[in-house]
Design a binder for this molecule. Structure first.
Ligand SMILES: Cc1ncc(COP(=O)(O)O)c(C=O)c1O
Length: 363
């Protein structure tokens, strides 16, 4: 494949590791020497079964997921988990607690309210930080679960560590935009879900890590159509799964293991983000980081120049210079540099140089 001349800062679907793209290109024609391409294999055949099992095994190894959790690869994106989770676990006469740190947690909250009561345990606009532990207003009587969004893709904030839930309450986490960017904390969690198209692969498959006891009879709180039931999703084959997306996800897990695993990714992601944040802060007063220090995301770095006119000029010049996808989410504007696992350090260094040069010329 020829060298790419563009750095892709898209928030998702996003940049994938070059090695994974090369392997996927080969597999489109011939998957593992089978003479049949990955798009053409039956999901129930021996060859794809091996792909699936290896992906699950690598995912478990990478994140240290033991037998007390199931690993599912489901369709429908994180948005399906927004309703599937409360459909299974939020009783009609019960309640769940939701920590609202951005637009995606708002959406998760709205879906939960189709099924039961959802108490807002923290919310503060503008969404420029996550709460300190003492600020969370958990409901008085134990909620069915407590939901939070690990990384807020739009406003550029991230929980430095998961919230501590009330005793006996399990956490549900939307980790769509920072899954496997650092070691995965499973303690206190009942469910962690993440759509693939940022850190894990192409759109079309969602990783769901679910505590096994929640699949037992009695854990599900209502009758549901089969596609909405986690217990029917075991093996991820209730319907025909997104075979190609699962194949690519498996290659990403393998790539992450080869990079040294999640500790190594965390170190690398820290360094990459630091390079960009330093450039945003050094020409003092020119750029404004929209997330507060202490809550800043290492995945989505959001910022503005002194004016919307300069924001527009910045984006136009950046695009022309080969920095693609730096526009902020359409709901808030400004700029956002998404630098997921597969985004290279040299892209962050190139952006830092561009940021300094633009500030020098326009400050
Ligand atoms: C944190 C977060 N949650 C949920 C979603 C929605 O994911 P999907 O479109 O796969 O349903 C996104 C998409 O950007 C996201 O960033």
């Amino acid at each position: 494949m020829p060298e790419r001349s563009v750095y892709n800062f898209s928030a998702g679907p996003a940049v994938l590791p070059e090695d994974v793209l090369r392997e996927s290109r080969e597999a489109l024609w011939d998957l593992d020497g089978s003479g049949i391409g990955v798009l053409e294999h039956s999901h129930r055949g021996r060859v794809f079964a091996a792909v699936y099992q290896q992906a699950i095994a690598d995912c478990r190894k990478l994140a240290g997921i033991g037998d007390d959790f199931e690993v599912l690869l489901l369709p429908g994106g994180a948005a399906t988990q927004f309703f599937m989770l409360p459909a299974n676990f939020l009783p009609k006469d019960g309640h769940a607690d939701y920590l609202i740190t951005g637009l995606w947690s708002e959406k998760a909250l709205a879906e939960a309210r189709f099924y039961g009561d959802a108490h807002v345990a923290w919310r503060e606009e503008p969404f420029c930080r996550v709460p300190e532990p003492g600020e969370i207003n958990w409901s008085d009587d134990a909620p069915a679960f407590a939901h939070y969004t690990a990384n807020n893709t739009i406003c550029g904030t991230q929980w430095p560590a998961p919230p501590a839930p009330p005793p006996g309450v399990w956490l549900a986490c939307d980790a769509s935009s920072d899954i496997f960017s650092r070691p995965l904390e499973l303690a206190h969690h009942g469910c962690i879900y993440a759509s693939a198209q940022k850190n894990l692969g192409p759109a079309g498959v969602t990783l769901v890590i679910l505590r096994r006891d929640l699949l037992e009879a009695g854990a599900r709180v209502r009758e549901l159509p089969s596609m909405q039931r986690y217990d029917r999703a075991l093996g991820s084959m209730f319907n025909t799964p997104a075979t190609f997306a699962i194949y690519v996800m498996g290659r990403v897990f393998s790539w992450l293991l080869k990079q040294g695993g999640l500790e190594a990714m965390a170190r690398r992601n820290h360094k990459k983000a630091q390079v960009v944040y330093d450039a945003l802060e050094e020409p003092a007063g020119f750029y404004h980081c929209t997330a507060n220090k202490g809550s800043r995301s290492l995945m989505n770095l959001t910022f503005r120049t002194p004016s919307t006119a300069l924001d527009r000029a910045f984006l136009a010049e950046a695009e022309a210079a080969g920095f693609s996808g730096l526009g902020g989410h359409r709901s808030i504007g400004g700029m956002r540099a998404s630098i997921y696992n597969a985004f290279p350090l040299d892209g962050c260094q190139a952006l830092a140089a561009f940021l300094r040069d633009f500030a020098r010329r326009n400050g």
